[in-house]
Ligand binder design. Sequence first.
Ligand SMILES: Nc1ncnc2c1ncn2[C@@H]1O[C@H](COP(=O)(O)OP(=O)(O)OP(=O)(O)O)[C@@H](O)[C@H]1O
Ligand SMILES: [Mg+2]
Length: 238
Amino acid sequence: MATLANIPMNIIELHNLTYSWPKQRQLSINIKHFSLQQGQKLFIKGRSGSGKSTLLNLLTGIIPANPGSSIKVLGQQLSELSSASRDKFRADHIGYIFQQFNLIPYLSVIENVLLPCRFSSRRADSIKTDSRLQARKLLTNLKLSEKDIYTPVTSLSIGQQQRVAAARALIGSPELIIADESSSALDHDNRNAFIELLMQECHNSGATLIFVSHDPSLESLFDRSVQLQEINLQGIIR
Ligand SMILES: Nc1ncnc2c1ncn2[C@@H]1O[C@H](COP(=O)(O)OP(=O)(O)OP(=O)(O)O)[C@@H](O)[C@H]1O
Ligand SMILES: [Mg+2]
């Protein structure tokens, strides 16, 4: 018999989600309903400019949706939070690997990885061992060498920077990991190792994964796949 404990929870629930960039009548995002269960691994594909990064920015509360939209993440209605509370909510619960990585250039690799622990005591407290040790473990799992760990991020290759961004997203085991095109700069072998490790880390912590990519060869690794144009109706504001 199903009990409350084993009914899968929706980690994301969208209803009538719309978004238009300032001064535009065109809806960049127009999704009637969408939900994602806890622990699922979702692959999002779609042509360039179809709104993938915009959708991720909405899900993480970086940009606020149009009035009347409903975005629930972990049961929290994002529109009920102030901008500062949305930032805190994101730091506590979401690991985001940005399309442009957003690493801090004047910090070393390890300091970049530790940033979420500075912004979120929840993330810091969830690490049972020392947080530096955990950061180093994630980095070595992602095949960065010991000597890279204390260098400035700017001296790393783009592929190495992607893996630093992944370690930063994973530290402190947030419930939701979001990766935007995050394997695009890696060669074939490193890309597969990267995705396997990302999946393994999500599996270990029970995290839900949303992965945006143009690479169809990765699709079969995921539980679920969505072509954004199929759920995003776009259109004009009436
Ligand atoms: N900062 C912005 N200001 C105004 N319009 C924007 C902005 N960013 C994106 N857009 C608009 O939103 C649309 C969707 O952009 P988005 O970056 O979400 O696409 P994408 O699917 O992530 O593309 P790609 O695969 O190239 O990364 C674009 O066509 C663009 O018109
Ligand atoms: Mg994008």
